[in-house]
Design a binder for this molecule. Structure first.
Ligand SMILES: O=P(O)(O)OC[C@H]1O[C@H](O)[C@H](O)[C@@H](O)[C@@H]1O
Length: 486
Protein backbone atom coordinates (compact mmCIF):
# COMPACT_ATOMS: atom_id res chain seq x y z
CA UNK A 1 0.00 0.00 0.00
CA UNK A 2 1.23 3.51 -0.80
CA UNK A 3 1.71 6.08 1.97
CA UNK A 4 -1.38 8.21 2.47
CA UNK A 5 -0.52 11.82 1.65
CA UNK A 6 -2.28 14.90 0.32
CA UNK A 7 -0.77 15.88 -3.06
CA UNK A 8 -1.52 18.95 -5.18
CA UNK A 9 -5.23 18.48 -4.46
CA UNK A 10 -6.07 15.83 -1.84
CA UNK A 11 -5.29 12.15 -1.31
CA UNK A 12 -5.75 9.88 -4.33
CA UNK A 13 -5.52 6.08 -4.34
CA UNK A 14 -6.41 3.01 -6.35
CA UNK A 15 -9.74 1.59 -5.16
CA UNK A 16 -9.39 -1.59 -3.07
CA UNK A 17 -5.57 -1.35 -2.92
CA UNK A 18 -5.07 2.08 -1.26
CA UNK A 19 -8.53 3.60 -1.26
CA UNK A 20 -10.18 1.09 1.11
CA UNK A 21 -13.02 1.52 3.62
CA UNK A 22 -10.51 1.26 6.47
CA UNK A 23 -8.30 3.98 4.99
CA UNK A 24 -11.25 6.26 4.28
CA UNK A 25 -12.24 5.80 7.94
CA UNK A 26 -8.68 6.51 9.04
CA UNK A 27 -8.36 9.72 6.98
CA UNK A 28 -11.82 10.84 8.15
CA UNK A 29 -10.66 10.26 11.74
CA UNK A 30 -7.60 12.42 11.05
CA UNK A 31 -9.79 15.23 9.64
CA UNK A 32 -12.15 14.90 12.63
CA UNK A 33 -9.16 15.22 14.96
CA UNK A 34 -8.06 18.36 13.11
CA UNK A 35 -11.55 19.90 13.29
CA UNK A 36 -11.96 19.06 16.97
CA UNK A 37 -8.50 20.40 17.81
CA UNK A 38 -9.57 23.75 16.34
CA UNK A 39 -12.75 23.72 18.43
CA UNK A 40 -14.95 23.65 15.31
CA UNK A 41 -16.50 20.19 15.76
CA UNK A 42 -19.92 21.51 16.71
CA UNK A 43 -20.42 23.14 13.34
CA UNK A 44 -20.38 19.81 11.52
CA UNK A 45 -18.90 18.87 8.13
CA UNK A 46 -20.49 18.64 4.69
CA UNK A 47 -19.93 15.33 2.87
CA UNK A 48 -19.98 15.25 -0.94
CA UNK A 49 -19.04 12.60 -3.48
CA UNK A 50 -18.81 12.17 -7.24
CA UNK A 51 -20.30 9.15 -9.01
CA UNK A 52 -17.36 6.78 -9.18
CA UNK A 53 -17.54 3.09 -8.22
CA UNK A 54 -18.78 2.57 -4.60
CA UNK A 55 -19.12 6.34 -4.13
CA UNK A 56 -22.24 6.04 -1.94
CA UNK A 57 -20.68 3.40 0.32
CA UNK A 58 -17.49 5.43 0.82
CA UNK A 59 -19.57 8.52 1.64
CA UNK A 60 -21.59 6.51 4.17
CA UNK A 61 -18.34 5.45 5.81
CA UNK A 62 -17.22 9.07 6.10
CA UNK A 63 -20.54 10.13 7.65
CA UNK A 64 -20.49 7.23 10.10
CA UNK A 65 -16.95 7.96 11.19
CA UNK A 66 -17.66 11.68 11.63
CA UNK A 67 -20.65 10.86 13.83
CA UNK A 68 -18.51 8.51 15.89
CA UNK A 69 -16.12 11.40 16.48
CA UNK A 70 -18.97 13.64 17.65
CA UNK A 71 -19.21 15.63 14.42
CA UNK A 72 -22.49 16.08 12.51
CA UNK A 73 -22.40 15.07 8.85
CA UNK A 74 -24.40 17.07 6.30
CA UNK A 75 -24.63 14.53 3.50
CA UNK A 76 -25.19 15.93 -0.01
CA UNK A 77 -27.80 13.82 -1.80
CA UNK A 78 -26.66 12.35 -5.10
CA UNK A 79 -23.41 12.92 -6.94
CA UNK A 80 -22.24 16.46 -6.17
CA UNK A 81 -19.62 18.60 -7.95
CA UNK A 82 -16.66 19.75 -5.82
CA UNK A 83 -17.63 23.46 -6.13
CA UNK A 84 -21.19 22.65 -5.01
CA UNK A 85 -19.91 20.74 -1.97
CA UNK A 86 -17.66 23.73 -1.22
CA UNK A 87 -20.59 26.14 -1.60
CA UNK A 88 -22.64 23.96 0.80
CA UNK A 89 -20.13 24.80 3.56
CA UNK A 90 -21.38 28.39 3.46
CA UNK A 91 -24.96 27.23 3.24
CA UNK A 92 -24.66 25.04 6.34
CA UNK A 93 -22.19 27.35 8.13
CA UNK A 94 -20.16 24.16 8.54
CA UNK A 95 -16.55 23.74 9.65
CA UNK A 96 -15.64 22.47 6.18
CA UNK A 97 -16.31 19.59 3.83
CA UNK A 98 -15.01 16.20 2.85
CA UNK A 99 -15.32 15.62 -0.88
CA UNK A 100 -14.76 12.12 -2.23
CA UNK A 101 -13.49 12.32 -5.80
CA UNK A 102 -10.47 11.46 -7.93
CA UNK A 103 -11.43 14.33 -10.24
CA UNK A 104 -10.09 13.55 -13.75
CA UNK A 105 -7.97 10.50 -12.79
CA UNK A 106 -8.57 7.06 -14.38
CA UNK A 107 -11.60 5.00 -13.20
CA UNK A 108 -9.58 2.75 -10.87
CA UNK A 109 -8.89 5.75 -8.62
CA UNK A 110 -10.88 7.53 -5.96
CA UNK A 111 -9.81 10.46 -3.82
CA UNK A 112 -10.40 12.44 -0.66
CA UNK A 113 -10.33 16.25 -0.54
CA UNK A 114 -10.69 18.29 2.60
CA UNK A 115 -12.18 21.75 2.06
CA UNK A 116 -11.88 24.02 5.12
CA UNK A 117 -14.47 26.53 6.32
CA UNK A 118 -13.37 29.23 3.83
CA UNK A 119 -14.79 26.98 1.02
CA UNK A 120 -11.57 26.66 -1.02
CA UNK A 121 -8.93 23.89 -1.25
CA UNK A 122 -6.97 23.17 1.96
CA UNK A 123 -3.61 24.94 2.23
CA UNK A 124 -0.45 22.88 2.89
CA UNK A 125 -0.22 23.80 6.61
CA UNK A 126 -3.69 22.27 7.09
CA UNK A 127 -3.07 19.07 5.11
CA UNK A 128 0.27 18.72 6.96
CA UNK A 129 -1.61 18.61 10.29
CA UNK A 130 -4.06 16.06 8.89
CA UNK A 131 -1.18 13.92 7.62
CA UNK A 132 0.43 14.07 11.06
CA UNK A 133 -2.87 12.92 12.57
CA UNK A 134 -2.95 10.00 10.09
CA UNK A 135 0.57 8.90 11.17
CA UNK A 136 -0.39 9.16 14.84
CA UNK A 137 -3.53 7.12 14.33
CA UNK A 138 -1.59 4.54 12.35
CA UNK A 139 0.94 4.25 15.19
CA UNK A 140 -1.81 4.04 17.78
CA UNK A 141 -1.04 7.42 19.40
CA UNK A 142 -4.05 9.41 20.54
CA UNK A 143 -4.72 12.57 18.57
CA UNK A 144 -5.58 15.94 19.93
CA UNK A 145 -9.32 15.27 19.79
CA UNK A 146 -12.25 14.54 22.01
CA UNK A 147 -11.40 10.88 21.81
CA UNK A 148 -11.39 8.22 19.20
CA UNK A 149 -13.38 5.03 19.41
CA UNK A 150 -11.78 2.80 16.81
CA UNK A 151 -13.75 0.11 15.10
CA UNK A 152 -12.88 -3.25 16.73
CA UNK A 153 -9.24 -4.02 16.21
CA UNK A 154 -8.55 -1.07 13.91
CA UNK A 155 -5.50 1.20 14.22
CA UNK A 156 -4.62 -0.60 17.50
CA UNK A 157 -6.20 2.32 19.32
CA UNK A 158 -8.46 2.45 22.29
CA UNK A 159 -9.40 5.79 23.74
CA UNK A 160 -12.26 6.78 26.04
CA UNK A 161 -15.85 7.20 24.81
CA UNK A 162 -16.75 10.46 23.05
CA UNK A 163 -19.80 12.57 23.80
CA UNK A 164 -21.09 11.72 20.35
CA UNK A 165 -24.70 12.11 21.49
CA UNK A 166 -25.22 15.62 20.09
CA UNK A 167 -24.13 14.86 16.56
CA UNK A 168 -26.26 13.58 13.72
CA UNK A 169 -26.31 12.66 10.09
CA UNK A 170 -28.67 14.73 7.95
CA UNK A 171 -29.17 14.52 4.20
CA UNK A 172 -29.87 17.58 2.07
CA UNK A 173 -30.02 18.65 -1.58
CA UNK A 174 -27.47 21.38 -2.36
CA UNK A 175 -28.64 21.62 -6.02
CA UNK A 176 -31.35 24.30 -5.66
CA UNK A 177 -29.44 26.63 -3.31
CA UNK A 178 -26.35 26.42 -5.52
CA UNK A 179 -28.40 27.13 -8.65
CA UNK A 180 -29.97 30.13 -6.92
CA UNK A 181 -26.55 31.44 -5.90
CA UNK A 182 -24.95 30.96 -9.32
CA UNK A 183 -27.92 32.68 -10.97
CA UNK A 184 -26.93 35.78 -9.03
CA UNK A 185 -23.28 35.52 -10.15
CA UNK A 186 -24.00 35.05 -13.88
CA UNK A 187 -26.26 37.18 -16.10
CA UNK A 188 -28.77 34.51 -17.12
CA UNK A 189 -31.21 37.08 -18.45
CA UNK A 190 -28.68 38.24 -21.02
CA UNK A 191 -27.90 34.62 -21.94
CA UNK A 192 -31.62 33.96 -22.36
CA UNK A 193 -32.12 36.91 -24.72
CA UNK A 194 -29.29 35.81 -27.03
CA UNK A 195 -31.11 32.69 -28.34
CA UNK A 196 -28.00 30.57 -27.97
CA UNK A 197 -27.51 26.98 -28.94
CA UNK A 198 -25.12 25.04 -26.68
CA UNK A 199 -23.84 21.44 -26.61
CA UNK A 200 -22.98 20.02 -23.15
CA UNK A 201 -20.60 17.15 -22.30
CA UNK A 202 -20.42 16.51 -18.52
CA UNK A 203 -18.09 13.54 -19.24
CA UNK A 204 -20.28 11.11 -17.17
CA UNK A 205 -19.25 13.08 -14.08
CA UNK A 206 -20.74 14.68 -10.99
CA UNK A 207 -21.71 17.78 -12.99
CA UNK A 208 -24.52 15.98 -14.86
CA UNK A 209 -27.71 18.06 -14.70
CA UNK A 210 -26.25 21.40 -13.63
CA UNK A 211 -25.44 23.26 -16.86
CA UNK A 212 -28.45 21.60 -18.50
CA UNK A 213 -30.82 22.87 -15.81
CA UNK A 214 -29.42 26.40 -15.50
CA UNK A 215 -29.07 27.06 -19.23
CA UNK A 216 -32.32 25.25 -20.01
CA UNK A 217 -34.20 27.48 -17.54
CA UNK A 218 -32.61 30.52 -19.18
CA UNK A 219 -34.08 29.44 -22.53
CA UNK A 220 -30.95 28.14 -24.24
CA UNK A 221 -31.41 25.43 -26.88
CA UNK A 222 -29.46 22.39 -25.67
CA UNK A 223 -27.95 19.15 -26.85
CA UNK A 224 -26.47 16.95 -24.08
CA UNK A 225 -24.49 13.70 -24.19
CA UNK A 226 -22.33 11.58 -21.81
CA UNK A 227 -24.92 12.48 -19.16
CA UNK A 228 -25.49 9.13 -17.45
CA UNK A 229 -23.50 7.58 -14.64
CA UNK A 230 -20.59 5.48 -15.90
CA UNK A 231 -17.79 4.72 -13.44
CA UNK A 232 -15.64 3.70 -16.45
CA UNK A 233 -16.16 7.08 -18.14
CA UNK A 234 -16.91 5.52 -21.50
CA UNK A 235 -13.35 4.19 -21.72
CA UNK A 236 -11.70 7.64 -21.65
CA UNK A 237 -10.51 10.00 -18.92
CA UNK A 238 -12.98 12.53 -17.51
CA UNK A 239 -10.51 15.32 -18.31
CA UNK A 240 -11.68 18.00 -20.73
CA UNK A 241 -8.86 18.87 -23.13
CA UNK A 242 -8.32 19.49 -26.83
CA UNK A 243 -7.67 15.76 -27.28
CA UNK A 244 -10.57 14.30 -25.27
CA UNK A 245 -13.33 16.56 -26.60
CA UNK A 246 -13.40 15.39 -30.23
CA UNK A 247 -17.07 14.38 -30.09
CA UNK A 248 -18.04 17.70 -28.54
CA UNK A 249 -16.16 19.57 -31.29
CA UNK A 250 -17.95 17.55 -33.97
CA UNK A 251 -21.38 18.03 -32.43
CA UNK A 252 -20.85 21.80 -32.08
CA UNK A 253 -19.92 22.09 -35.75
CA UNK A 254 -22.60 19.68 -37.01
CA UNK A 255 -25.33 21.36 -34.96
CA UNK A 256 -24.23 24.93 -35.72
CA UNK A 257 -23.99 25.63 -31.97
CA UNK A 258 -22.51 28.78 -30.45
CA UNK A 259 -20.57 26.85 -27.81
CA UNK A 260 -19.61 23.44 -26.48
CA UNK A 261 -19.23 23.17 -22.71
CA UNK A 262 -17.50 20.28 -20.90
CA UNK A 263 -16.76 19.47 -17.26
CA UNK A 264 -14.28 17.09 -15.65
CA UNK A 265 -15.22 14.20 -13.30
CA UNK A 266 -16.06 16.45 -10.35
CA UNK A 267 -16.99 19.54 -12.41
CA UNK A 268 -14.34 21.81 -10.97
CA UNK A 269 -12.50 22.11 -14.31
CA UNK A 270 -13.89 23.41 -17.58
CA UNK A 271 -13.43 22.59 -21.27
CA UNK A 272 -14.73 25.05 -23.85
CA UNK A 273 -15.30 24.61 -27.58
CA UNK A 274 -15.89 27.60 -29.81
CA UNK A 275 -18.57 27.74 -32.56
CA UNK A 276 -15.93 26.80 -35.18
CA UNK A 277 -15.26 23.54 -33.30
CA UNK A 278 -11.93 24.70 -31.90
CA UNK A 279 -10.82 24.08 -28.34
CA UNK A 280 -10.32 27.28 -26.34
CA UNK A 281 -7.42 26.66 -23.97
CA UNK A 282 -7.61 27.91 -20.36
CA UNK A 283 -4.71 30.24 -21.24
CA UNK A 284 -7.03 31.81 -23.83
CA UNK A 285 -10.20 31.65 -21.77
CA UNK A 286 -8.77 33.43 -18.72
CA UNK A 287 -7.77 36.58 -20.67
CA UNK A 288 -11.16 36.43 -22.42
CA UNK A 289 -12.85 36.46 -19.04
CA UNK A 290 -10.63 39.19 -17.58
CA UNK A 291 -11.40 41.31 -20.65
CA UNK A 292 -15.12 40.64 -20.27
CA UNK A 293 -15.15 41.46 -16.55
CA UNK A 294 -13.35 44.73 -17.23
CA UNK A 295 -15.06 45.89 -20.42
CA UNK A 296 -18.59 44.50 -20.09
CA UNK A 297 -19.09 44.33 -16.35
CA UNK A 298 -16.88 47.31 -15.53
CA UNK A 299 -15.12 45.37 -12.77
CA UNK A 300 -11.73 46.68 -11.68
CA UNK A 301 -9.37 44.64 -9.54
CA UNK A 302 -6.31 42.42 -9.43
CA UNK A 303 -6.01 38.93 -10.83
CA UNK A 304 -4.51 35.78 -9.28
CA UNK A 305 -2.73 33.22 -11.47
CA UNK A 306 -0.15 30.43 -11.06
CA UNK A 307 3.46 30.51 -12.38
CA UNK A 308 2.31 28.27 -15.22
CA UNK A 309 -0.48 30.55 -16.46
CA UNK A 310 -0.39 33.03 -19.35
CA UNK A 311 1.22 36.47 -18.97
CA UNK A 312 -1.39 37.91 -21.29
CA UNK A 313 -3.24 38.50 -18.02
CA UNK A 314 -0.28 40.61 -16.86
CA UNK A 315 -0.34 42.73 -20.02
CA UNK A 316 -4.04 43.36 -19.50
CA UNK A 317 -3.61 44.09 -15.80
CA UNK A 318 -0.96 46.73 -16.59
CA UNK A 319 -3.38 48.42 -19.01
CA UNK A 320 -6.19 48.27 -16.44
CA UNK A 321 -3.85 49.63 -13.71
CA UNK A 322 -4.11 46.42 -11.67
CA UNK A 323 -1.81 43.96 -9.95
CA UNK A 324 -1.19 40.28 -10.71
CA UNK A 325 -0.55 37.81 -7.90
CA UNK A 326 1.59 34.87 -9.00
CA UNK A 327 1.59 31.63 -7.00
CA UNK A 328 2.81 28.01 -7.23
CA UNK A 329 0.58 25.58 -9.17
CA UNK A 330 -2.57 24.58 -7.28
CA UNK A 331 -5.89 26.34 -6.88
CA UNK A 332 -5.37 26.42 -3.11
CA UNK A 333 -2.88 29.29 -3.62
CA UNK A 334 -5.12 31.10 -6.08
CA UNK A 335 -8.08 30.79 -3.73
CA UNK A 336 -6.00 32.27 -0.93
CA UNK A 337 -4.92 35.23 -3.06
CA UNK A 338 -8.51 35.79 -4.15
CA UNK A 339 -9.60 36.02 -0.53
CA UNK A 340 -6.71 38.14 0.71
CA UNK A 341 -6.23 40.49 -2.25
CA UNK A 342 -9.85 40.79 -3.34
CA UNK A 343 -9.06 39.63 -6.90
CA UNK A 344 -11.79 39.88 -9.53
CA UNK A 345 -10.51 36.71 -11.18
CA UNK A 346 -8.37 33.76 -10.18
CA UNK A 347 -7.41 31.08 -12.64
CA UNK A 348 -4.89 28.56 -13.79
CA UNK A 349 -3.61 26.93 -16.95
CA UNK A 350 -4.89 23.47 -15.96
CA UNK A 351 -8.51 24.63 -16.32
CA UNK A 352 -9.63 26.12 -13.00
CA UNK A 353 -11.17 29.51 -12.30
CA UNK A 354 -13.39 31.50 -9.99
CA UNK A 355 -14.47 35.14 -9.80
CA UNK A 356 -15.28 37.71 -7.13
CA UNK A 357 -18.65 37.04 -5.48
CA UNK A 358 -18.23 33.26 -5.78
CA UNK A 359 -16.36 30.80 -3.54
CA UNK A 360 -12.51 30.60 -3.71
CA UNK A 361 -12.74 27.14 -5.30
CA UNK A 362 -12.46 26.35 -8.98
CA UNK A 363 -15.81 25.83 -10.66
CA UNK A 364 -16.31 24.41 -14.15
CA UNK A 365 -20.06 25.12 -14.10
CA UNK A 366 -19.40 28.80 -13.43
CA UNK A 367 -16.79 28.88 -16.22
CA UNK A 368 -19.24 27.41 -18.75
CA UNK A 369 -21.97 29.86 -17.79
CA UNK A 370 -19.57 32.78 -18.07
CA UNK A 371 -18.57 31.59 -21.57
CA UNK A 372 -22.25 31.77 -22.52
CA UNK A 373 -22.56 35.22 -20.91
CA UNK A 374 -19.58 36.46 -22.95
CA UNK A 375 -20.92 35.19 -26.27
CA UNK A 376 -24.34 36.66 -25.46
CA UNK A 377 -22.96 40.04 -24.37
CA UNK A 378 -20.40 40.59 -27.15
CA UNK A 379 -22.52 39.07 -29.92
CA UNK A 380 -19.44 37.27 -31.26
CA UNK A 381 -17.77 33.89 -31.05
CA UNK A 382 -15.05 33.46 -28.41
CA UNK A 383 -12.35 33.42 -31.09
CA UNK A 384 -13.82 36.66 -32.46
CA UNK A 385 -13.41 38.30 -29.03
CA UNK A 386 -9.94 36.74 -28.70
CA UNK A 387 -8.89 38.41 -31.98
CA UNK A 388 -9.88 41.78 -30.50
CA UNK A 389 -7.81 41.01 -27.39
CA UNK A 390 -4.74 39.97 -29.39
CA UNK A 391 -5.00 43.09 -31.53
CA UNK A 392 -5.16 45.27 -28.43
CA UNK A 393 -2.63 43.50 -26.20
CA UNK A 394 -0.40 41.57 -28.62
CA UNK A 395 -0.19 37.88 -29.53
CA UNK A 396 1.18 35.18 -27.21
CA UNK A 397 1.58 31.47 -27.93
CA UNK A 398 1.63 29.04 -25.02
CA UNK A 399 1.93 25.28 -24.82
CA UNK A 400 2.56 22.65 -22.14
CA UNK A 401 4.49 19.46 -22.85
CA UNK A 402 4.04 16.53 -20.43
CA UNK A 403 6.99 14.14 -20.36
CA UNK A 404 6.86 10.78 -18.61
CA UNK A 405 9.88 9.90 -16.47
CA UNK A 406 10.96 7.02 -14.26
CA UNK A 407 11.80 7.92 -10.60
CA UNK A 408 15.55 7.73 -11.47
CA UNK A 409 15.16 9.99 -14.50
CA UNK A 410 13.11 12.37 -12.38
CA UNK A 411 15.94 12.73 -9.86
CA UNK A 412 18.52 13.26 -12.62
CA UNK A 413 16.41 15.97 -14.22
CA UNK A 414 15.84 17.66 -10.84
CA UNK A 415 19.62 17.65 -10.21
CA UNK A 416 20.29 19.19 -13.62
CA UNK A 417 17.51 21.71 -13.10
CA UNK A 418 19.00 22.88 -9.80
CA UNK A 419 22.27 23.72 -11.56
CA UNK A 420 20.55 25.31 -14.54
CA UNK A 421 21.66 28.95 -14.99
CA UNK A 422 21.48 29.78 -18.72
CA UNK A 423 22.34 33.38 -19.63
CA UNK A 424 20.18 33.27 -22.72
CA UNK A 425 17.58 31.10 -24.43
CA UNK A 426 16.57 31.21 -28.10
CA UNK A 427 18.85 34.24 -28.55
CA UNK A 428 17.12 36.24 -25.80
CA UNK A 429 18.76 37.28 -22.55
CA UNK A 430 17.34 35.69 -19.37
CA UNK A 431 15.94 38.65 -17.44
CA UNK A 432 14.42 36.94 -14.38
CA UNK A 433 14.47 33.59 -12.58
CA UNK A 434 11.40 32.60 -10.52
CA UNK A 435 11.64 29.62 -8.17
CA UNK A 436 8.13 29.58 -6.67
CA UNK A 437 7.46 26.14 -8.18
CA UNK A 438 10.10 24.49 -10.41
CA UNK A 439 12.35 26.87 -12.36
CA UNK A 440 10.83 29.65 -14.45
CA UNK A 441 13.01 31.83 -16.67
CA UNK A 442 11.55 35.03 -18.07
CA UNK A 443 13.35 36.39 -21.13
CA UNK A 444 14.07 40.01 -22.03
CA UNK A 445 11.26 40.08 -24.64
CA UNK A 446 8.65 38.68 -22.20
CA UNK A 447 8.70 35.06 -23.42
CA UNK A 448 9.16 32.48 -20.64
CA UNK A 449 9.75 28.83 -19.86
CA UNK A 450 8.85 26.85 -16.74
CA UNK A 451 9.98 23.33 -15.89
CA UNK A 452 8.45 21.54 -12.89
CA UNK A 453 7.59 18.02 -11.79
CA UNK A 454 3.84 17.41 -11.58
CA UNK A 455 2.40 17.00 -8.10
CA UNK A 456 -0.36 14.69 -9.35
CA UNK A 457 1.22 12.50 -12.04
CA UNK A 458 4.65 10.85 -12.65
CA UNK A 459 5.78 13.40 -15.21
CA UNK A 460 7.62 16.63 -15.86
CA UNK A 461 5.81 19.56 -17.30
CA UNK A 462 7.52 22.04 -19.63
CA UNK A 463 5.51 25.21 -20.13
CA UNK A 464 6.52 27.71 -22.80
CA UNK A 465 4.99 31.05 -23.71
CA UNK A 466 6.44 32.88 -26.71
CA UNK A 467 5.84 35.90 -28.90
CA UNK A 468 5.66 33.84 -32.08
CA UNK A 469 5.34 30.19 -33.10
CA UNK A 470 9.00 29.76 -34.17
CA UNK A 471 10.19 31.09 -30.83
CA UNK A 472 7.90 28.60 -29.07
CA UNK A 473 9.36 25.61 -30.95
CA UNK A 474 12.90 26.90 -30.49
CA UNK A 475 12.46 27.32 -26.73
CA UNK A 476 10.90 23.87 -26.36
CA UNK A 477 13.77 22.30 -28.27
CA UNK A 478 16.51 24.17 -26.38
CA UNK A 479 15.05 23.32 -22.97
CA UNK A 480 14.77 19.63 -23.86
CA UNK A 481 18.35 19.55 -25.16
CA UNK A 482 19.84 21.52 -22.26
CA UNK A 483 18.10 19.43 -19.61
CA UNK A 484 18.40 16.20 -21.61
CA UNK A 485 14.64 15.54 -21.32
CA UNK A 486 13.27 13.51 -24.22
O1 LIG B 1 0.66 20.09 -12.44
P1 LIG B 1 0.13 19.27 -11.28
O2 LIG B 1 0.96 19.39 -10.04
O3 LIG B 1 -0.09 17.85 -11.72
O4 LIG B 1 -1.28 19.89 -10.90
C1 LIG B 1 -2.28 20.07 -11.85
C2 LIG B 1 -3.59 20.42 -11.16
O5 LIG B 1 -3.92 19.38 -10.27
C3 LIG B 1 -5.16 19.49 -9.56
O6 LIG B 1 -6.23 19.41 -10.43
C4 LIG B 1 -5.21 20.80 -8.80
O7 LIG B 1 -6.51 20.99 -8.27
C5 LIG B 1 -4.88 21.95 -9.69
O8 LIG B 1 -4.86 23.13 -8.94
C6 LIG B 1 -3.55 21.72 -10.41
O9 LIG B 1 -3.30 22.76 -11.31
Amino acid sequence: MNKISFGTDGWRGIIARDFTFDNVRLVTGAVAAYINSKGLGERGLVVGRDNRFLAEEFAETVAEELNRQGISAFMCCGATPTPVTAYAIQLKKAAGAIMLTASHNPPVYNGFKFIPEYAGPALPHITKEIEENIRRLQKGDPCDMRGLIPPEGRYGLLVEETDAGACERSDFHPFEPYVKHISEVVDLEMIGKAALKVVIDPMYGAGIGYLEHILGQAGVQLEVFHNTRDPLFGGTLPEPSGKTLEELKNRVKAGGAHLGLALDGDADRFGIIDSNGEYITPNQFLPLLYYHLNTARGWRGPVARTVATTHLLDRMAVRYGQKVYESPVGFKYIGQNMLEKNCVLGGEESGGLSIRGHIPEKDGILAGLLAAEMVARHGKSLSGILEDIYREFGWLYSERLDLHTTPEQKQEILDRLNLWEPRELAGQEVARKITLDGIKLVLADGAWVLIRPSGTEPLFRIYVEANHMEQKSQLQQEVRELLKIQ
